[in-house]
Design a binder for this molecule. Structure first.
Ligand SMILES: [Zn+2]
Length: 140
């Protein structure tokens, strides 16, 4: 077993859920091949609320597509929904919200920077490595 931390960001903010599911699987499959892994056990994807991705649709698209990938047939998709985090330029306070509103909740200023919640990427995944099987049990 092998855990990996990844920060491979995509600019997927305008992609459809089907395309995103396909992109996640393509990436997971590539990582599995690069690491000589038999399969990918789970993948955790961070999805910012600003991306507009409907997580239920992504999950169902993922279930359909994953069977087409050799290493991903049993792969579990874990979705980490990231709320929008805003930094106010007027009062300096932060706002965390799941709404689609770019406004400081403290002073109601619209002068805010987006700190988080506008991106999407694979955070982490777990691989089942072939080497583990070889070293684990001797074959007769
Ligand atoms: Zn403010």
């Amino acid at each position: 077993m092998c855990r990996m931390i990844l920060k491979s960001g995509w600019n997927l903010s305008k992609m459809h859920e089907m395309s995103i599911a396909h992109a996640i699987l393509t990436e997971a499959e590539k990582i599995a091949q690069e690491n000589n892994a038999q399969k990918v056990i789970w993948v955790r994807v961070k999805i910012g609320v600003m991306t507009g991705v409907v997580t239920e649709q992504l999950q169902s698209a993922f279930e359909i597509y994953k069977l087409q990938f050799e290493a991903c047939g049993e792969l579990e998709l874990i979705i980490h929904e990231q709320p929008l985090v805003l930094q106010c330029k007027s009062c300096g306070k932060r706002t965390q919200t799941t709404e689609y509103v770019l406004q400081c909740e403290h002073c109601h200023s619209m002068e805010v920077d987006i700190i988080d919640g506008d991106s999407m990427f694979i955070e982490q995944l777990e691989l089942d490595l072939k080497d583990d099987i070889k070293s684990g049990k001797g074959s007769a």
